[in-house]
Write a protein that binds this ligand. Structure first.
Ligand code: A5A
Ligand code: ZN
Length: 478
């Protein structure tokens, strides 16, 4: 660690903290010489591995993983009118092979509907082929014009999980939308990240969708981050790409589709929501290292302590815990600092006195320590790591609750947004009133049909026109 770099900024100054922690904890290196493209450090990539393994495990219950090409021919990309309108300003084009201009321009996928659906049209023949539930985890490219930020707004999204399902009826596709929301809830619950699920207003839905359900998290500064979306595509794409099937009566029908995606924004939220003034804190389920073992070596007991620490490391590893013995020639304090910044949830300190007492000191990254018996340490580990998880979840829920408020007038809406809150207002769902809210507050209508334990769904009167309105989330979004 570079001592000249001074201290980590306080998390109060969230954006400074975020930029700093990414390199200090070795998550992302932002020095790659292309705007909006960043490099995963090995440590950050290990976190990604565990986070995405959870996502894969959830999906693999009843989806299958596939892999489609990165390049999409122009004529396929241009087929679905709304989809093109939504993405045309964001597409990177490959126009040459070496010095030769290509006959057909090739888009770098900004998302893969137009790569996947022509193949679905070939694969799907009969109702017996349905449903299809495929997903892939790939890089996608979007020429973002808003300010790019590591893990949050990328021009190369390196970790784009996109699922694409096909169903016989609109209702079955709608049931899949619900299922995807349940999957995302479970995924984020595993990361101890509280989420707000809502239906985006029509003007903010995915280009080519019937409707979009979004998953937002509230970041430490009160801004919201969209960390997942589920889209009901209806038959928009099946019409365009001719995805039809023969139903039980021998009739040709248009298929109904959904798609849903999550990116490394999930990791941005993970880092941001759980970190503190000392650095990161990872929930044990996705921590690259669940515990670091620091031998405290004093005088003649050096070899004893090291042997015991090695034994402890072996035992815990054999039980499936991800642990590391830090044998570096550094002061223990410097090691503590090193692993605190990197968010390792538990530190096990083992010195001569602990050894004599048959104990090891377990120090939780969320606060508190516990002297535990070496003899039972493998059982105690599960409990203590569980306590860290519980503390993180409770803290994150507290944060989310404290950021939400219910607002009845446009003036107080502005004040509370300025104070870093996410507001629940009532809105009649008319575009003009929506525009008025957004213009007055420089914020976004996140959505209606809010499904959250934190938000009451009781109807009220529109904050602009006074007509009957639905509970609606309003926030300043990343
Ligand atoms: N085909 C569908 C799934 C799709 O593309 N949906 S989406 O456009 O909403 O993207 C899915 C998710 O990717 C978003 O909810 C957001 O969390 C994330 N995402 C979108 N653009 C991103 C960007 N430039 N950088 C990082 N993540 C992004
Ligand atoms: Zn209104």
């Amino acid at each position: 660690m570079d001592d000249d770099a001074g201290a980590l900024p306080s998390k109060e100054d969230f954006s400074a903290w975020y930029n700093d922690i990414l390199w200090r904890a070795e998550i992302m290196d932002v020095r790659y010489p292309v705007k909006g493209l960043y490099v995963w450090y090995a440590y950050g990539f290990a976190i990604r591995k565990y986070v995405y393994q959870r996502l894969r495990d959830l999906l693999d219950r009843d989806h299958q993983e596939t892999l489609f090409p990165l390049l999409i021919p122009e004529q396929e990309f241009m087929k679905e009118a709304e989809h093109i309108k939504g993405f045309e300003d964001e597409v990177y084009w490959v126009t040459h092979g070496g010095k030769t201009p290509l006959d057909v321009k090739l888009a770098l996928r900004p998302t893969s509907e137009t790569a996947i659906y022509p193949m679905y049209a070939l694969w799907i023949r009969s109702h017996a082929d349905l449903p299809i539930k495929y997903y892939q985890i790939v890089n996608t490219f979007r020429y973002e014009t808003k300010q790019t930020r590591p893990l949050i707004r990328l021009r190369e999204i390196t970790s784009f999980k996109e699922a694409h399902t096909v169903h016989a009826t609109w209702e079955e596709a709608n049931e899949q939308v619900e299922e995807a929301i349940r999957l995302y809830r479970e995924f984020y619950d595993g990361l101890c990240i509280p989420i707000l699920v809502s239906k985006r207003p029509d003007w903010d839905k995915f280009p080519g969708a019937d409707f979009t359900i979004a998953v937002d998290a509230i970041m430490p500064n009160g801004k919201t981050l969209q960390i997942g979306t589920v889209h009901h595509l209806g038959d928009h794409f099946s019409r365009t790409f001719n995805i039809t099937y023969e139903d039980k009566n021998g009739e040709q029908k248009l298929a109904q589709q959904t798609c849903y995606g999550i990116s490394e924004r999930s990791i941005a939220a993970l880092i941001s929501i759980h970190g503190d003034d000392k650095g990161l804190i990872f929930p044990p389920a996705v921590a690259a290292l669940q515990a670091v073992i620091v031998p405290i070596m004093i005088g003649k007991r050096h070899e004893d302590v090291m042997a015991a620490a090695q034994q402890l490391t072996n035992d815990l590893t054999a039980k499936g815990f991800r642990v590391k013995l830090d044998t570096r020639d550094m002061r223990p304090g410097a090691k503590y600092y090193w692993w605190e910044i990197r968010g390792v949830p538990l530190r096990l300190e083992l010195g001569p006195r602990d050894l004599d007492a048959g104990k090891v000191m377990a120090v939780k990254r969320t606060g508190g320590k516990d002297s535990i018996c070496l003899a039972t340490v493998t059982e105690d580990m599960t409990r203590i790591l569980g306590e860290v998880t519980d503390a993180l979840r409770a803290r994150a829920e507290e944060h989310t609750k404290s950021r939400l408020c219910t607002i009845n007038s446009l003036d107080s809406l502005n004040t509370s947004l300025d104070a870093g809150k996410v507001a629940v207002v009532h809105w009649c769902r008319q575009k003009e009133c929506g525009d008025a809210i957004e213009a007055k507050t420089n914020a976004s209508i996140l959505g209606t049909n809010v499904r959250s334990q934190y938000v009451s769904e009781i109807d009220g009167t529109c904050i602009v026109c006074g007509k009957p309105g639905k509970a609606t989330l309003v926030g300043r979004a990343y």
